[in-house]
Ligand binder design. Sequence first.
Ligand code: ADP
Length: 458
Amino acid sequence: MKQNQLFQQTRWRIASWYVGVMGIILSLSGFGVYEAIVHAHKITVDREIEAVAGTLHDSLETVFKTPEQFEPDIWRILPDLCVIESENDCQSNTPDSAVNHRHFYPSPLHQYKIFSRNYYSIRLLNSSGNLIAVSGSSLPTLASKLTSQPWQTLEDNRGSRYLFYSTPLHTRNNQIWGRLQLGRSLQDFDQYLANVRLMMGLGLPLSLISVAIASWKLAGIAMQPIYQSYQQIQQFTADAAHELRTPLAAIRATLESTLNEQTLSKNQARETLEVIERQNHRLSQLVQDLLLLSRMEQKIESSSKNLCCLNDLISDTEEEIAALAIQYQVTLKTEICVKKPVVVKGNEAQLYRVIFNLATNGIQYTLPGGKVSIILESSLNYAIIQVQDTGIGISPEDQTKIFDRFYRINSDRSRSTGGSGLGLAIVTAIIRAHQGTIEIQSEKGKGSIFMVKLPLKS
Ligand code: ADP
């Protein structure tokens, strides 16, 4: 297959298409999985912010008494809260730098470890929207972009993203105190997604390389039977051309030598015509055989199946080939081992051809003094025809090949018998069309047994 350009190109094409389609499928699935991961993480982060903001909001509202006033208890909840009194206050509000740093009291927010991770930024705004206190990590570059929308995602000049949640704050007696803005750095989330993208980015080409190797191999395996059948067709065409060439060359040579004669006697003319007639017969026999084989392979030749009595077919064959057996000095015998007629459903002419081909082969490949027997038996479901000879036999390697079209073990001997190597191919095709089987037992120098099994009429 490697030498055949057409097959190589087709193999490339199949493998490339497969890789292309798999690439699209894998990319789409990867994109789908990535989107699902993003979505799931986004929901988790949103819920986390909502939960932290809710806890903080509820805790602060229990402390606030007067709008925009900071009760001392507030530092119990936010120990690092820094109140902005002038513009430069709280530029870097870490717990250590807190202006109003008080004793540390574990607050509900510490359950979320928001200080330790330094992900959160807490901003308290008065009712007019001015920033009056901050806690957690500072976000000076983003602060100006914040609006009063409940959810906002902002990006600082270093490309880090932050998600903000904003909610109103009330005093204990339900007066508006101001607004709480809780921002969370999305650094961990973005880092995780960057890792997922990296894994997918590396995984996709690696998967495609594996798919390419697998599809190249699989395309080769899938094309193997097609290539074999292509080779068989090529071989068949070459063999058929070779077989047709021989009689045509004989006719041409005879005609040329006859035409070269100045005068032609009646006898010479007759001899020429006889040669042409003989070669013409051989040609038409060959063409008929090829046609029959091709029709049987395409299952066109399944017509006219009747009940056929094998006893009668064997007797007819015996009569027909008796003269041939005498010519080859071979004893021909038939043995009918059943009392009742053995009837199968099939095409009589074709079944006759099976017995005839096997029996004539038996005679032609048996040396003078040998014996050929045609035996008819029957089992519960099958009719069994055996053609046994004491001839030249067939080697085990050849036993599998002799059923191929145009295969001849000994071409010279076959050709002298008028054989073209199609006889057993036709036999096999007929038996297959009748749902039967053919088996061979043979030993070189001792003889052969061809056993045909045909299903009995049901
Ligand atoms: P052919 O028309 O040449 O006989 P077949 O297809 O009938 O072609 O047989 C194929 C080859 O099988 C023959 O050329 C012959 O060499 C071998 N063969 C077939 N039958 C026998 C047999 N009974 N004994 C030995 N060789 C046989």
